[in-house]
Design a protein around this ligand. Structure first.
Ligand code: AMP
Ligand code: MG
Length: 334
């Protein structure tokens, strides 16, 4: 299969590009498209064969449910069996945007989407290309991140092409994703509102709207979240975490002394700093939003096969950095 790449303006989507991609979705084919978080790999969420195509292209285990994307809150009614009060309040405050709600599954949703489970994850993305594509397709669109399973998520069309080229029909290239990190996932099906995956919408932001939020899957509960698999979001180059600048420097020295080439990432500022010979120390922006926007692009760039290790100095353990810390921890798991 040849993967077609169709460029479009991110804020004023090209109608021809949207129509072409929507036709493919309606025909049960696979289309990658930009969202405000990362690029998604879309298929008609109500067509079981089309959704199976996503799993084949990604090499994703069938036990991992996928997020359904809707063009507006009204369309969530096509996939949800009920809309709990907490869902209504959170959607009202954060949609369109990077918040996924896990709600009771409606009868139209195939098993492939939910991994056979009784819940479905729904999100209304804010990116204009995503919204117009879903609207033009006229149906909800199942879309996990557009990468091979366990790999880094794509934040640029070229990342999608590198990972899934030849396996999918089309990539809508709307430029870099502004957010750069996957959506927050919140389960509203239980007695307590539960954060299943940290993301751009932080715990304090969710608590502001619905009060106390539990963090992590319920003990012995059914709510699984594939993004919570230990190894996920991983470059091929091993990632080593440091919890202070001193530890990062010590690790860099240690790798250099044993003949390994380390690259190093920190969150202390936008400047490129020298210091360690033959290695690159990169300081990402010290604001969590800006650092998240660039994080995967840098990890993709670092993962070009030249370096032996990626040393990451972790950002502070605060709610605003929780999503970045979560992805880094998983990227380092082996
Ligand atoms: P990704 O493949 O990166 O788009 O990740 C998909 C995400 O969907 C996972 O991390 C889960 O958190 C979430 N998800 C999808 N469906 C469900 C569900 N029914 N229950 C819990 N989490 C879900
Ligand atoms: Mg993913």
């Amino acid at each position: 299969m040849i993967t077609e790449i169709v460029p479009t303006d991110p804020t004023r989507p090209d109608p021809g590009a949207i129509a072409r991609a929507a036709d493919l979705l309606r025909a049960g084919r696979l289309v990658a498209f930009p969202t405000e978080t990362v690029y998604g790999l879309g298929a008609d969420a109500l067509d079981p064969a089309a959704v199976r195509g996503i799993f084949e292209a990604k090499g994703r285990p069938g036990t991992n449910p996928v997020i359904v994307h809707v063009a507006d809150p009204r369309q969530a009614g096509a996939v949800a069996a009920a809309w709990p009060e907490a869902a209504a309040r959170l959607a009202d405050r954060f949609w369109p945007g990077p918040l996924t709600l896990v709600v009771p599954r409606g009868p139209a949703v195939p098993d492939e989407v939910t991994a056979g489970g009784p819940t479905v994850a729904v999100r209304c993305p804010a990116h204009q290309v995503a919204r117009e594509l879903i609207r033009a397709a006229g149906r909800p669109v199942a879309a996990p991140s557009a990468n091979r399973s366990t790999e880094l998520s794509p934040t640029r069309a070229e990342h999608v092409l590198k990972s899934l080229g030849g396996r999918i029909d089309l990539i809508l290239d709307g430029g870099p994703c502004p957010g750069g990190i996957e959506s927050t996932v919140v389960d509203v099906t239980g007695p307590a509102v539960r954060l299943l995956r940290p993301g751009p919408v932080t715990v304090p932001m969710v608590e502001w709207v619905v009060g106390r939020v539990e963090v992590g899957p319920a003990a012995g509960g059914v709510a699984r979240s594939p993004g919570q698999m230990a190894k996920h979001y991983s470059p091929r180059t091993p990632v080593v975490l440091a919890y202070s600048q001193e530890e990062a420097d010590r690790l860099l020295d240690q790798f250099l002394n044993s003949g390994l080439l380390p690259l190093s990432l920190n969150f202390r500022g936008p400047a490129l700093c020298g210091g360690v010979p033959e290695s690159l120390k990169l300081g990402l922006d010290s604001s969590p939003e800006k650092a998240a926007a660039d994080l995967y692009a840098w990890l993709h760039a670092f993962d070009d096969g030249k370096a032996d290790r990626i040393v990451v100095e972790m950002p502070p353990d605060t709610p605003e950095w929780a999503a970045v810390r979560d992805r880094l921890t998983r990227s380092a798991a082996s």
